[in-house]
Design a protein around this ligand. Structure first.
Ligand SMILES: O=P(O)(O)OC[C@H]1O[C@H](O)[C@H](O)[C@@H](O)[C@@H]1O
Length: 470
């Protein structure tokens, strides 16, 4: 059972009923959701038409902004050896995921003379002072460009990093410090915008209505990708094609987002409260981090859209094949049956690594000789699927034909649409994150931001009753 979607396909055999997997779903189970899915589709597409669903509506308009973005990226890449993102959450995870997937791909594909003149990529999302200090020590400020990314322009972590870096650049670069800062933020809101305007930083806009976790295919991710030599046109082309398929294809067995949503929804209904995302490609390891934020913040909600308390969500877990076969698979096979596993794999790797033959070795090792590492990886992945099916555990597999910008664009859009569909089926708002506000406001209180005195007092009162073993 393989759903072909140009260069990305979904193999959902491991979710379906068979002689080996009697607990799996039937075609009728999937068809039974068709009316709900169509309703979700109509509602999402109506919001899109009225301009209230920006994450996919904006793809073509992003294409028209590429010439300006790429021109700036080319100039920056020829001047700066290092490109550092200061951002967190949706302002860091997408850029990281795309870089890890594609940066080396491009490096190796480029003609040798073109391999230079592209910046090295770093992300400072966490505010660990040691890492912050140490990265500053190894990067030459004259050769470094910092991209401050914040949709809200108010995030404490990002703003704190920005203030330190601005000070440091002023110290080392003098009056030209502003050339070392590029800001990606909202067009109208937030504290970063007026500073950027006043101090003359180059600025890119995150279109209104797009939340951080849906913003990779805006300047949030496109600038970093372009500066590091990734073909952003192809990235957008893949996303636009996936978007078109999702909009135009009818029926759960043809529409990739509907199929993926139906499988997620049915498994969630069957008590699978955990969604494991397990790429079998090192380059896609951080894609699992991006997915974790998307799934967790979008679907983990206490109230539905009518304000009724529902407490919903499915906990995302990140894993890596084959590494986690030697760590987590034991639990997935024999532990509580509360997980659905999404494997992410490639049809082929661009390289072949042979394992040498040595006929003098004992047979139990010799069998590996003459095979390749890819053969071993694919065999392990298949054997894991089999073992999970045998244990009655549900899993599916997204297969990319290769690690290319086009395919990564397709994958991002598929997962974004699936998340939006799931929000509709669960009748929750998939685009907000009220649960993170309490902690943020408490931090403001503790750090002395005016207007948050009550939060400070409440946290201090909470801190007075502690149980500590020393
Ligand atoms: O881009 P920013 O506005 O700085 O937001 C960064 C992150 O902040 C919060 O933690 C939100 O929960 C995330 O959804 C967001 O991605």
């Amino acid at each position: 059972m393989v759903n072909e979607i140009s260069k990305l396909c979904i193999d959902y055999t491991g979710m379906m009923c068979s002689s080996q997997n009697p607990k799996g779903f039937s075609k009728e189970d999937l068809q039974g959701l068709q009316a709900k899915l169509d309703e979700a589709q109509n509602s999402l597409h109506a919001r899109r038409e009225s301009g209230n669903l920006d994450f996919s509506l904006l793809l073509p308009s992003m294409l028209s902004q590429l010439p300006e973005l790429c021109e700036y990226a080319d100039q920056a890449a020829s001047r700066f050896e290092n490109f550092v993102v200061l951002g967190i959450g949706g302002s860091a995870l997408g850029p990281l995921a795309v870089q890890q997937a594609l940066n080396h791909y491009y490096y190796n594909e480029l003609a040798p003379e073109k391999r230079f003149g592209r910046s090295r990529f770093y992300v400072l999302d966490n505010i660990d002072p040691l890492r912050f200090r140490e990265l500053g020590q190894i990067l030459d400020p004259q050769k470094t460009l910092y991209n401050v990314i914040s949709k809200s322009g108010n995030t404490s972590e990002t703003m704190a990093q920005f203030l330190i870096v601005r000070d440091y650049l002023r110290h080392f670069c003098g009056e030209s410090y502003a050339d070392h800062l590029v800001v990606t933020t909202d067009q109208q809101k937030g504290n970063l915008l007026p500073i950027a305007l006043k101090e003359g930083f180059k600025r890119f806009v995150i279109p209104s209505g797009i939340g951080g976790r849906f913003s990779e295919l805006t300047p949030v991710g496109l600038l970093a990708a372009a500066i590091c030599g990734i073909d952003v046109e192809q990235l957008l082309a893949g996303a636009i094609e996936m978007d078109r398929r999702i909009r135009e294809t009818k029926g759960v067995f043809g529409n990739p987002a509907q199929l993926k949503t139906a499988l997620s929804y049915l498994s969630w209904q069957k008590g699978k409260n955990i969604s494991v995302f397990m790429p079998y490609v090192d380059g896609l390891k951080t894609m699992a981090d991006w997915y974790a934020q998307l799934w967790a913040e979008s679907l983990g909600k206490r109230y539905d859209r009518l304000g009724k308390e529902v407490t919903l969500g499915q906990t995302p877990v990140k894993a890596l094949g084959v590494t986690d076969q030697h760590s987590q698979i034991q639990l997935y096979t024999e532990g509580p049956d509360d997980k659905v596993i999404t494997f992410l794999t490639l049809k082929e790797f661009r390289v072949t690594q042979e394992i040498p033959e040595d006929l003098t070795l004992p047979e139990d090792i010799r069998f590996l000789g003459g095979k390749t590492l890819e053969e071993l990886l694919f065999a392990e992945q298949k054997a894991t699927e089999y073992a999970l099916t045998k244990a009655g555990r549900q899993h599916l597999k997204i297969i990319l034909s290769a690690l290319t910008p086009y395919n990564i664009g397709q994958l991002l859009l598929l997962l974004e649409w699936e998340t939006a569909y799931m929000g509709e089926l669960l009748n929750i708002n998939a685009f907000d994150q009220p649960g993170v506000e309490e902690g943020k406001n408490g931090t403001y209180g503790l750090m002395g931001r005016p207007g948050y005195e009550a939060e400070k007092l409440a946290i201090e009162a909470y801190g007075s009753e502690r149980h500590i073993l020393t």
